[in-house]
Design a protein around this ligand. Structure first.
Ligand code: ANZ
Ligand code: ZN
Length: 812
């Protein structure tokens, strides 16, 4: 097995280890792929992700960088608990067994990880720092506990994130989710909303699409908060609007089902109470809000318009979110689609207050949602929307009825989960002292690993030796928090932990952060475009502000360049276990070897595109490697016949243009498919060549060596074996990347197109820096071209260097 042989040699040579010593003066490079969840088996998506990363890491090493290329396990999470319930064994056992198995599979692929930095997030050595961080955030007021309306699933006995609710039912058990008020832990990501938004501009190495998705998720809106008096009371109903210019077109108000005004109105209105109850079972996912049927009920309350003093009815509507703005809106049906649909359905007034420059807008069929010019707006008539926003907001401000306001869609991060297999939240509840952070010297709070979940409440709550504890403040009997962290917590800082994975005195070592962070190239699935990447960016800033590293030296963003790889498809659909259309990487590796699997995944598509699995393609990859192997037998051979110095020179030129093309493809977004195509061409050119003298033999060998060296980052075992065959001084994966010899690129002769009266009449072969006169002479000497010149008077000649010769004649 050449794979075992080389993997052993690489290990012994320690080539995958990132060097910390000061004496190492090589520039550093940090290459990271998103770490896997240890589900038990590597799938093709993993293989693709890790082969891409490995090609990057190996290429950079050959370019002379000191490369950090680590791996670990995102080891907490729900699937382990589900498996535990199914198989009747604790999640820890299942998780550790899976890690063993998957580590073996990764090693089989020959991935060049620095295994000395391997982490598993379910280990106390790792999560203790997350707990430490959380207690510090509590001190700073950046972590807090609050009653919140959450999505609750009864059978799963847990809170679900909005993303885990699909069409109103739990993603795991399909039971309708309902709203529940529960005390939960949050981290104040909203304090960083502006910085998270502004720093997106720095991320030049990220796909625009991902930056756009983050921008949307943060969702900064500018507008005004406006107070409407509630009729017959001294209370106000406050709303947020991005369109204060439409204020004079308000015909009703709408509040969320959980808005205090709605709850109060329902106290003696059973029908209304039933409607609010119905609303509370429906998911609040914004995507759903846009498409769902709009429903509402009048509250029997009126609000007073802040400018006109007229009254407008207040309704409850299912499309108003309690969690955004103030949970209430001023409805302008003439200029907002949702308000329009709702007004049509319930027969509410529609009042147009915006028109276009021509004044020919009609809102009897649909809302007009663009900006425009104000009409029916009294003293504001004739103002353009932009100006009107300012003028009306100013009016409200001076009358104490409103002010300018910026609103973010981003909510604070809900980090507590009612699950067992996660990091314990380091908090103690004491009857007298309240919520107390576990003191630093008592960390980590270790999760008992032997518990067996049964599907209902977390077994932690019943584990007395875990729950019962003395209050660190007053010493009285108290209870530990039994919620655990959302697993996004662990994946938010692992990239920084790798810089100093074995540090046991701090979360990270500041010097190591300075040396390695930020990640130069991060690679992973686009499904993490929002949450994981946003939380990781946030956490990096939290760590900076905690003084764990110097932000001026390290920077404020954890990932400099991001590559989002496409999916692996089979027959046009995503390979997935649930669809039953998978190809097991194990089978491919067993049948063809690791290098063929690697070559195919890198060749079949550009990294960011979807990759269609093809058995033919796999076989093609395998055949290419065989061809290269056979080609190497020609090294040193001399063939019969007359030596051809020109052919040798052309081959050398081909070799160096291909080194240039392959290098360029690596540098430009790691277009490995393009690089491999160029290597295939080079291999064909070599194959077609027969050396007839010493010069020919030498150039052929130069080409063979370059080919093998450039294959090394992609198919490392194979390249090492080839290198041995060719007598490389060092193993191929440690060889220096080939350099382009510019002098070999120079062409002795070029084809120059000759045009007469603007029409192509032939080509001449000349030196690239031929003079105009010589070129003309060559044209005149050419048999075909000269026919077109015969008897005509040449009036003008223009030479476009390297491209064409233009001749203008006057017919005789
Ligand atoms: C009046 C109005 C008139 C509005 C008009 C729009 C167009 P973004 O850009 O997403 O911030 N809104 C405010 N709070 C809401 C809530 N809790 N649930 C649902 N909708 C809410 O949008 C802000 C706009 O969304 C606000 O501006 C408000 O409707 C609505 F011609 O106010 B607008
Ligand atoms: Zn106490």
């Amino acid at each position: 097995m050449i794979e075992d042989k080389w993997q052993k040699l690489w290990d012994e040579a320690g080539i995958d280890i990132a060097h910390e010593d000061q004496a190492d003066t090589r520039p550093t490079y940090y290459c990271l792929e998103m770490f896997p969840y240890p589900s038990g088996n590597l799938h093709m998506g993993h293989v693709r992700n890790y082969c891409l990363g490995d090609a990057v890491a190996r290429y950079k090493r050959m370019q002379g960088f000191n490369v950090l290329h680590p791996i670990g396990w995102d080891a907490f999470g729900l699937p382990a608990e589900n498996a535990a319930i199914k198989h009747g064994r604790p999640p820890a056992e299942w998780t550790y067994a899976n890690i063993e198995q998957m580590r073996g599979q990764l090693k089989r692929l020959g991935l060049s990880y620095d295994w000395s930095r391997e982490i598993a997030t379910c280990k106390p050595e790792y999560y203790r720092w997350e707990q430490w961080m959380f207690t510090k955030l509590m001190e700073k007021g950046l972590a807090y506990r609050k009653e919140a309306e959450v999505n609750w699933c009864d059978p799963c006995h847990t809170v679900l994130a909005n993303e885990q609710v699909e069409d109103g039912v739990c993603w795991r058990c399909d039971t309708p989710v309902h709203k529940k008020n529960l005390a939960q832990w949050f981290i104040k990501i909203t304090d960083y909303a502006d910085e998270l938004l502004n720093d997106l501009d720095e991320l030049k190495g990220w796909p625009d699409k991902v930056v756009g998705m983050q921008r949307n998720w943060i969702g900064k809106s500018s507008g005004a908060e406006v107070s409407f008096q509630v009729e017959g009371s001294d209370e106000t109903l406050d709303i947020f609007t991005t369109r204060p210019d439409t204020l004079m077109g308000v015909t009703y108000m709408a509040v969320a089902a959980a808005h205090p005004l709605a709850l109060r109105a329902a106290e003696n209105n059973a029908e209304l109470a039933a409607f609010l109850e119905e609303c509370s079972t429906i998911s609040t996912k914004e995507a759903d809000v846009a498409t769902m049927e709009k429903k509402g009920m009048a509250l029997g309350i009126n609000a007073i318009h802040p400018i006109t003093g007229e009254t407008v009815p207040v309704w409850v509507a299912n499309f108003v979110l309690m969690s955004y703005g103030t949970g209430a809106v001023m409805s302008v049906p003439a200029h907002d689609e949702r308000d329009y649909d709702f007004a049509k359905k319930y027969g509410l007034d529609i009042k147009q207050v915006i028109t276009n420059a021509a004044g020919d807008i009609d809102v009897s069929e649909a809302a007009f949602t663009d900006a425009g010019v104000l009409i029916n707006s009294g003293e504001f008539d004739g103002l353009k929307s932009g100006k009107a926003k300012k003028t009306i907001t100013h009016w409200l401000n001076t009358h104490g009825k409103g002010e300018e306001r910026t609103q973010f869609r981003l909510r604070d991060w809900l980090v507590s989960r009612q699950r067992y297999w996660g990091t314990p939240i380091p908090v103690i509840h004491c009857d007298d002292c309240g919520t107390v952070a576990v003191p630093e010297q008592d960390l980590p709070v270790v999760l008992p690993e032997h518990l067996q979940p049964t599907g209902g409440a977390s077994p932690l709550a019943d584990c007395e030796e875990f729950v019962n504890v003395d209050c660190p403040q007053c010493g009285e009997a108290a209870k530990r928090e039994t919620d655990t962290f959302d697993t996004f917590m662990e994946s938010s800082w692992y990239m920084n932990r790798y810089t100093s994975a074995n540090c046991d005195t701090a979360m990270v070592n500041a010097d190591a952060m300075e040396k390695w962070s930020p990640v130069d190239q991060y690679i992973g699935g686009v499904e993490h475009a929002v949450l994981h990447l946003l939380y990781a960016r946030f956490y990096h800033k939290l760590m900076r502000d905690m003084g764990l590293f110097d932000g001026d030296k390290v920077g404020s963003e954890p990932f400099k360049n991001l590559l989002t790889q496409g999916m692996v498809l089979l027959d046009g659909t995503k390979m997935s276990k649930s669809k039953g259309n998978t190809v097991d990487p194990k089978d491919i590796i067993e049948k063809y070897g690791a290098d063929t699997a690697r070559l195919f995944t890198l060749f079949a598509a550009p990294p960011e595109r979807d990759l269609e699995w093809s058995d033919k393609g796999v076989e093609g990859a395998s055949r290419f490697l065989n061809r290269v192997w056979v080609l190497l037998d020609k090294v040193g051979n001399t063939y019969q016949g007359q030596a051809d110095a020109k052919a040798t020179k052309t081959l050398r030129r081909t070799i160096h243009t291909h080194i240039q093309r392959v290098t360029h493809a690596f540098e430009q977004g790691f277009a490995f498919n393009v690089a491999i195509a160029a290597m295939m061409e080079l291999s064909n050119a070599l194959n077609a060549f027969e050396a007839r003298d010493d010069e020919g033999v030498a150039v052929f060998e130069e080409g063979a060596r370059a080919l093998v060296t450039m294959l090394a980052p992609l198919v490392p075992h194979f390249a090492c074996e080839c290198g041995e065959k060719l007598g490389f001084e060092t193993i191929a994966v440690m060889a220096a990347w080939p350099e382009v010899d510019e002098s070999a690129l120079v062409q002795d002769e070029i084809n120059l197109v000759v045009q007469i009266q603007g029409k192509k009449r032939g080509e001449i072969i000349v030196s690239p820096d031929v003079s105009q006169d010589d070129a003309l002479a060559a044209a005149q000497a050419d048999k075909v071209i000269s026919k077109w010149l015969e008897g005509n008077q040449i009036v003008k000649v223009i030479l476009v260097k390297g491209r064409l010769l233009n001749i203008v004649v006057k017919p005789a």
